[in-house]
Ligand binder design. Sequence first.
Ligand SMILES: Cc1ncc(COP(=O)(O)O)c(C=O)c1O
Length: 376
Amino acid sequence: MTIPNSPFTIHHSQFIRPDIVGMEPYTPIVPFEVLSRQLGFAPEEIVKLDANENPYGPSPKALAAMQDGRYYHIYPDPAATELREAISGYVGVPAERLVVGMGADELIDLVLRVVLAPQDKVLDCPPSFGMYPFSTYVNLGQYVTVNRTADFGLDVAGIEAAVASHPPTKLLFLCSPNNPSGNLISDDDLRRLLQLPVLVVLDEAYIEFAQVQGATSHIGWTADYDNLCVLRTFSKLAGLAGLRVGYGAFPTWLVPHLMKIKQPYNVNVAANLAAQGALQDVAWLEEHVALLVQEREAMTAALAEFDFLRPFPSQSNFVLCEVVGRSAKELKLRLQSEYGVLVRHYSNELLNNYIRITAGRPQDTARLLAALRSEK
Ligand SMILES: Cc1ncc(COP(=O)(O)O)c(C=O)c1O
């Protein structure tokens, strides 16, 4: 390390936390414009089915709300008062128990920051969303896992045993519909897990796409359970992933601490206005969710026709497929480089040789299927 004229010999390793030096980075997706350059496809030719974004984008009222914004030169309301009231009207939870963040991602980090002392345990049920281990490590927690069963269900008894054998377990992440498997938690499992002496963070980023009989958000349960937090987002439902706005319903005792430690201006003015606009356009949002659900079902049926793919039924806006008899990674790379079709692939201990495909518009599915047929 160079410090002109300093009498000290200093190495940068004295400054960086040793656990951060050794930490695996989160692998984010490659941005659209970068990929377009790398692959030689124009952005509008790329079929982007790798990050569970909503291809229909923001609703007209969300776009109009941003267009009409007059106070971009003023810092945003730290309490996001109007947005929380609008969300309250949408989800039926009092605004006082809602916190908004720069995406659900920020709320995952905030809850951990409030709750964890160094070396406290956090329980996760992989395969699931990669930000749970990432944010646990950044917040000095110890990451404990209880793997899902072969059909991606929760091992409830295993979770109970892990809480008992790993004191102090402070927090349990549950994701429903689960990313990347697309299945839901049952009411019975959730009720049983809420009996544990842990804070349960139920991530419902994709809940609007769950349309089987009886599948509804558990956000209302936060009124009854003082150890339940439910996270939701505008990224998937409302096509606002690029603006970064999510929210959560929390127990009354937790809200002041989250509000106290969050960055004061975490949700920017444009994101705040767009989210409010989206909530004035719920019929439009629901119409487009219905189109994506329809496309998910059509895509699942079509994928099942390929002898090298085993799609899992999904209640989300993506479908997980086991790839059989060939390399999932190679398939992903070929789809990308030859056809401009982007999917996510997994080759790890729990998901060995899988791809996950986001539900898109009918023309996106058509491009995907044509590419897969050429790869038969
Ligand atoms: C399960 C899950 N939770 C949260 C998020 C992040 O949501 P946001 O864009 O609101 O940060 C994602 C994004 O892919 C996700 O898959």
